[in-house]
Each structure stands twice: as structure tokens, then as C-alpha cells.
Ligand binder design. Structure first.
Ligand code: NAD
Ligand code: 0WE
Length: 263
């Protein structure tokens, strides 16, 4: 029996087979959890449906949710509540900034609108989903968000998304403090760079993967399976003493203050 047997999880952020949320869903299913999913829009519905099917899940538990919509967020939990009386796990694997925010210098690229959109979709949405999920959460529930080290240290071109991830990580701590007395744990995984849809077309992304291969103690990048396994641990009762934490799954890149060329 898997270590997540009997757990019911809602996963927000599947867009493709390469999504980090897909790696998380695979690990959760392997460990015996039951899964429900949201999809951002009609374009992505089919892919999420296929994943749910492939993992042997109930394909009725798929709900549209653009996180910029309060109505869609409310509808998710209203409809999920018709199938499940409680929710053990909420996974937030969502991030977005308008493309023009992720190229060029920070000062020249940032705009009021880019700031608002990136923070709304990438950070506020965690609080919004937690708030809407709260009536269904229990004293053993867990919430997990996906973040990136540019919240803490500067990464070229990540720009306003770095600010949004800093806000997201702070949100994890405030939620952990606020929901802790009810037994609800809230954590984040800070993943190393992985080639997903959100990384496609980012200028210089290949160089970033190459950097991890040179600079990380493990001399490689990480996989969605590795992030999925850590997510399964953090959202299971095995991690019952852990809340408010940001756990790096990055082959150790973040610990390095300086690296030399290896020849
Ligand atoms: P992805 O493109 O597969 O997933 C991003 C998801 O965000 C998609 O499912 C998309 O539908 C969703 N999304 C965007 N705007 C939305 C909206 N308005 N409403 C609802 N959903 C919306 O890419 P990914 O790399 O799997 O990203 C998942 C998370 O992991 C993000 O928070 C990202 O910042 C984080 N992350 C990614 C990396 C990486 O290198 N890929 C590294 C660290 C952290
Ligand atoms: O969080 C992310 C990706 C976030 C992201 C990606 C896109 C691409 C498409 C947010 N918004 C958009 N908007 C789009 O229009 N990562 C951690 C991956 C990533 O993205 C980078 C990185 C890394 C790493 C962007 C610049 C520099 C490094």
C-alpha cells in the first residue's frame, strides 16, 4: 500500500505531459492517492482528461479554473464538494507573467500591468485557492506551491516573476501560520530549471539547463519525477512536522556561492 492511500488531492497546473504538476500527479497516484484536476481553459481540457484516465482516476473530477476568476475558483470547490466530503491535499503549480516581462533588463521591462498580472496569477491565486478550499480541509490536510530560487537570488530575465515568487513564498508562511492551528500544513518546493511548456521559448533557457549541469553539486538538472516524489512526501503524513518550509529540489544549485569552470 502506498504512503498516500486514502488521500484525496486536487492538482492545479497540468498543461502537458512535461508539467511539474504531471510529475506530482504521477507520484501521488503511485502512492495510492485519489486525484481531481483543474484545467485553465478548454484548450487544455483534453490533456488533463488523458492524464486522469492514464492514472486510473475518476474523469468526472475535472474542473475548469482560470485562477484570475473568483467565480471559477468558487465553482471548483462547489462541484468538488458534490463528490468528496473533504480535501486532504491542494497542489498549486501555476505561474504566469506576460511574455514581455521575461526579457530584457528588470527596470526597463517592468510595467504596472505586468506586475499586477504576474502577482495575481502566480501569488494571489494561492491565497485565493486556499481560502476557497478551507471549508473542505481537515486537520491532516496539506497545501503545496511551486516556486523558484529567483524569489531569493537574482536570475537574469526572470524579472517581475522573481517578485511574484517572493510573494508566493511569503504567502506560504502566512498561510502556514494562519492554518497551522487547524492542523493544515503549507509548504513550497523550489524546483530547479526544468524544460516544461512554461520554459519553452524563454530566451537562453538551454543555457540555464547547461548552467545547472555545470554548477550543481549533482552535475545535472532535476526531473518532474524528482519534484513529484518530494511533493508526495511533503503532502503525506510522513511530513507531519513540516510546515511553512520551502524545500529545494534543484540538484543543489542554490547552495553554490561561486563556481569555477571544470576542464
Ligand atoms: P507548465 O506550463 O506546465 O505549468 C504552468 C501552469 O500554469 C499551466 O498548467 C497553466 O495552465 C497554468 N496557468 C497559467 N496561467 C493560469 C491561469 N490564469 N489560471 C489557471 N492556470 C494557469 O510549467 P511548469 O514549469 O510545470 O510550471 C508549474 C509551476 O512550477 C509554476 O509555478 C512555475 O513557476 C514553477 N516552476 C517551474 C520551474 C521550471 O523550470 N519549469 C522551476 C521552478 C518552479
Ligand atoms: O516559473 C517559471 C516559468 C514562469 C513563466 C513562464 C512563461 C513563459 C510563457 C511565467 N510566465 C510565462 N509567460 C509566457 O508567456 N520558471 C521557473 C521557468 C523559468 O522561466 C524563466 C526562467 C526559468 C528558470 C524565465 C526567465 C529566466 C529564467
Amino acid at each position: 500500500m502506498g504512503f498516500m492511500a486514502g488521500k484525496r488531492a486536487l492538482i492545479v497546473g497540468v498543461a502537458s505531459d512535461r508539467s511539474i504538476a504531471t510529475g506530482i500527479a504521477e507520484a501521488f497516484a503511485r502512492e495510492g492517492a485519489e486525484l481531481a484536476f483543474t484545467y485553465q481553459n478548454d484548450k487544455l481540457k483534453g490533456r488533463v482528461e488523458k492524464l486522469s484516465e492514464r492514472l486510473g482516476q475518476n474523469t468526472d473530477l475535472l474542473f475548469q479554473c482560470d485562477v484570475t476568476s473568483d467565480e471559477e475558483i468558487d465553482a471548483v470547490f462547489e462541484n468538488l464538494g458534490k463528490h468528496w466530503d473533504k480535501l486532504d491535499i491542494l497542489v498549486h503549480s501555476v505561474g504566469f507573467a506576460p511574455r514581455d516581462q521575461l526579457e530584457g533588463g528588470f527596470t526597463e521591462s517592468i510595467t504596472r500591468e505586468g506586475y499586477a498580472i504576474s502577482h495575481d496569477i502566480s501569488a494571489y491565486s494561492l491565497a485565493a485557492l486556499a481560502k476557497a478550499a478551507l471549508p473542505m480541509l481537515s486537520d491532516k490536510s496539506a497545501i503545496l506551491a511551486l516556486t523558484y530560487n529567483a524569489a531569493v537570488q537574482v536570475v537574469p530575465n526572470y524579472n517581475v516573476m522573481g517578485l511574484a515568487k517572493a510573494s508566493l513564498e511569503s504567502c506560504v508562511r502566512f498561510l502556514a501560520s494562519d492554518l497551522g492551528p487547524r492542523g493544515v500544513r503549507v509548504n513550497a518546493i523550489s524546483a530547479g530549471a526544468i524544460k516544461t511548456l512554461a520554459a519553452a521559448g524563454i530566451a537562453g533557457f538551454r543555457k540555464m539547463l547547461g548552467y545547472a549541469e555545470k554548477a550543481s553539486p549533482l552535475r545535472r538538472t532535476v526531473t518532474i519525477e524528482e519534484v513529484g516524489n518530494t511533493a508526495a512526501f511533503l503532502c503525506s503524513d510522513l511530513a507531519s512536522g513540516i510546515t511553512g518550509e520551502t524545500t529545494f529540489v534543484d540538484a543543489g544549485v542554490n547552495i553554490m556561492g561561486m563556481v569555477f569552470d571544470e576542464d
